[in-house]
Design a protein around this ligand. Structure first.
Ligand code: NAP
Length: 267
């Protein structure tokens, strides 16, 4: 059985809370201690302490020494300085970042040689345990680190391993595309409102339509088969789809993904 893990979180925002919630729910027996820290927002730390069996740290450096896993749950921009500080105290700890764009090679370049490092890209549904998380591991990750990583991943939903480069590219599909879907939902709600339907009812219709459709997708696994089922040749839905085809919706989605990736890579 895996050794009980002590986890230190640097950053105590929404994503840290989603992971802590998942760990407490799913993996209590594998957790020795969870310690959380931030830039000094005591109210936030107290709120977490109230809700979960966690300890809080004023000065995470002392706690880093005792940790098995250090989870970097702060913004990408805070990484450089934190990694510098971490380098002074690391001995054997496994460093995992959840920050957009910060792959294991980025961590390895800035941490002592042979530091085990990994990158998890969750998405917003992590807060309800339904993330599809991408992850990539660094050169010094051993099976025991993978086990610890899996505890984190399983608490927030499902996960798939990729190369670092693939995680960079796929972040648009799993991390940013929820915003595209929400935008799609907004436009349908607006369409219903234009027909004189009140906002609350319009929302109910659209949300259940998306929920039912994703449940169907989960069972059927073939979006194209489902699309065909709904589309009688020559029928009304076919006319609607024709507008989407004629206006190059597939092309547009590809452009949106490409633009997201271009920005994420900072060029
Ligand atoms: N939210 C998502 O859906 C999502 C998805 C994938 C990845 N992520 C990644 O997850 C990370 C956290 O996102 P979030 O949504 O949880 O953000 P958030 O709710 O804004 O929380 C950010 C946390 O980082 C802390 N922080 C900021 N600078 C710090 C520093 N220099 N040292 C220590 N702590 C610091 C903040 O502490 P204070 O309150 O004290 O400032 C706060 O606790 C980001 O890197 C983001 O890219 C988020």
């Amino acid at each position: 059985m895996m050794k009980k893990q002590t986890l230190l979180f640097i950053g105590a925002g929404r994503m840290a809370e989603a992971i802590i919630g998942g760990l407490v729910r799913n993996s209590k027996e594998y957790i020795e201690k969870i310690i959380v820290s931030n830039t000094g927002n005591i109210e936030r730390l107290n709120a977490l302490k109230h809700k979960y069996p966690v300890q809080t740290a004023d000065n995470w450096k002392q706690d880093a020494e005792k940790a098995d896993v250090i989870v970097l749950a702060m913004p990408p921009s805070a990484h450089d300085s934190i990694l510098k500080e971490l380098s002074d105290v690391l001995t054997h700890q496994f460093v995992v970042t959840i920050a957009a764009g910060i792959g294991p090679s980025y961590l390895e370049e800035r941490l002592p040689e042979y530091t085990p490092a990994a990158w998890i890209m969750p998405n917003t549904s992590a807060t309800i345990g339904e993330s599809i998380s991408l992850y990539a591991v660094g050169k010094s990750v051993k099976p025991k680190h993978r086990e610890a990583l899996q505890l984190i991943l399983d608490g927030i939903g499902q996960s798939e391993e990729f190369t670092e480069d693939q995680v960079h590219n796929l972040t648009a599909v799993t991390g940013s595309a929820p915003a595209f879907l929400y935008y799609f939902a907004e436009t349908l709600i607006e369409a219903a409102k234009d027909m004189g339907i009140q906002e609350e009812r319009a929302k109910k219709l659209v949300i259940q339509m998306i929920y039912g459709s994703s449940r169907m997708l989960e069972q059927e696994k073939s979006p194209s088969a489902l699309r065909e089922q709904v589309t009688t040749p020559g029928g009304a839905t076919a006319e609607g789809l024709k507008v989407l085809y004629e206006n190059h919706m597939a092309e547009m989605m590809k452009k949106a993904i490409a633009a997201t990736n271009k920005k994420a890579r900072g060029n």
